[in-house]
Write a protein that binds this ligand. Structure first.
Ligand code: AMP
Ligand code: GLY
Length: 410
């Protein structure tokens, strides 16, 4: 099978790495890819949101399956363009991608489907959460416990187009629950958690994500099934009833509150950086499952999950999320991989034959271990081997989970 991955970040490198393990894969291509993906396949200089050029590329390469990574091309309707052109695509069309593309559409759909979520407020009153309506790369949400933070948020949200929405501030543990979906058929991936805040101790601004781990203590298979019943299945049924069956990853960002599970947001794609912790634990042929979903059914798809835990640490530019870094030479990836960890490229480039930084989130280091604590230890040992000027990472990824895991087994 010839596969084209659309996107150029750490998530797409993780997808490329996992799909490259499939015996069914004959050729791997990416648009536009990155230097990490280039070691596994061919990268083509086509923009992820340029549907026409992607269709032309897919035809020229006789691609059997396109896997779309990021949300921007999905919300722009790239999956529709490819599908209308006769190409099998894993990724939803524009109508259903609006679940991620518009917070107000997502709210309306959740209400119609009876899915538990934060209450919407007509006016902003602290404590509350202020959200830009459209896509904002994880940076359009402002959690406001008091009047002062609310005043700042109202100012900051003016930079985003559209009307912001205001909602109840939920308290609890966050959980990312991703499922592969084809219409109303689902295949749950392992539960994961990501770390959105920039600094240790969940301080600082929201980012695209600074690290992740899987599994999540206390979320076993019966909890997963209950979440699918409460959240994913009603949403998929509502979309199908509206005439827009969903094909792709339906990712629910959840809060585990005292009153039960509530949805914070939906994404219509693999999470970044959750994917970098979820995929290393998958046992089985992910390519086969994605191809089946793209063809409309998951009835025959089976994926196992490893007993091992995975932890992913994001190595970021010193001034991320406010800024990024370009052109700083990166050292030590081979040494990091020699420890057994996998290093995914998220924002790198090759200049004059040397690997350099090129973005905000630069690399993702993932490691497996028999426990969350062991996986975390291995990931951090590998991180220490890597360096560039200004490199920064959180040191508390999966720390609380490792402690909880230790007290549960004590
Ligand atoms: P979203 O893009 O909607 O997932 O929001 C990004 C992050 O903001 C979430 O992962 C949470 O950490 C936080 N957040 C969003 N909505 C709420 C809420 N209603 N209550 C508390 N925190 C929230
Ligand atoms: N990890 C959050 C996201 O992918 O949006």
């Amino acid at each position: 099978m010839k596969v084209l991955i659309v996107g150029s970040g750490g998530r797409e490198h993780a997808l490329a790495w996992k799909l490259a393990q499939s015996p069914k894969l004959t050729e791997l291509h990416a648009a536009s890819g990155n230097p990490g993906i280039a070691s596994l396949g061919s990268c083509h200089p086509v923009r992820a949101d340029d549907g026409e050029s992607l269709l032309a590329l897919a035809r020229q390469l006789a691609i059997d399956l396109v896997v779309v990574g990021p949300e921007v091309p999905l919300v722009a309707g790239v999956a529709d363009q490819l599908r209308h052109g006769g190409i099998a695509v894993f990724g939803p069309g524009r109508e259903t991608a609006m679940l991620e593309g518009s917070k107000s559409f997502a709210k309306e759909l959740m209400l119609a489907a009876g899915v538990p979520t934060a209450k919407e407020f007509a006016e902003p009153v602290a404590p509350c959460v202020v959200k830009a309506d459209g896509l904002a790369a994880g940076k359009g949400v402002f959690v406001c416990p008091d009047a002062e933070s609310l005043a700042k948020a109202l100012k900051a949200v003016e930079a985003f187009p559209g009307k912001p929405i205001f909602e109840e501030l939920l308290v609890g543990e966050e959980l990312s629950m991703l499922v592969l979906a084809a219409g109303e058929e689902t295949l749950a991936l392992a539960p994961a958690q990501d770390f959105k805040r920039a600094y240790d101790g969940d301080r600082g601004p929201n980012t695209g994500g600074m690290g992740s781990y899987s599994p999540v203590p206390g979320v076993g298979s019966s909890e997963v099934d209950a979440i699918l019943d409460q959240v994913h299945r009603p949403v998929l049924a509502e979309l199908a009833e509206r005439g827009h069956p969903f094909i792709g990853v339906l990712y629910a960002g959840l809060m585990r509150t005292d009153e039960g599970i509530k949805v914070l947001e939906f994404n219509v794609r693999f999470g970044d950086p959750e994917t970098q912790a979820i995929l290393p634990r998958i046992e089985g042929d992910l390519l086969e499952a994605l191809a089946e979903a793209a063809n409309g059914s998951l009835a025959d798809a089976k994926l196992g999950v490893s007993e091992e835990a995975a932890v992913t640490v994001v190595l970021a530019a010193g001034n991320y999320p406010a800024g990024s870094d370009k052109g700083s030479p990166i050292e030590g990836i081979a040494d990091a991989e020699a420890t057994g960890a996998v290093v995914f490229h998220a924002g790198t480039a090759v200049w004059d034959g040397a690997l350099v930084t090129s973005g905000g989130r630069i690399l993702n280091v993932s490691a497996l271990g028999p426990t969350i604590a062991a996986a975390r230890e291995r990931a951090y040992v590998a991180c220490e081997k890597i360096s560039w000027e200004g490199m920064r990472y959180r040191t508390d990824i999966a720390l609380a989970a490792a402690e909880r895991e230790a007290s549960a087994s004590a």
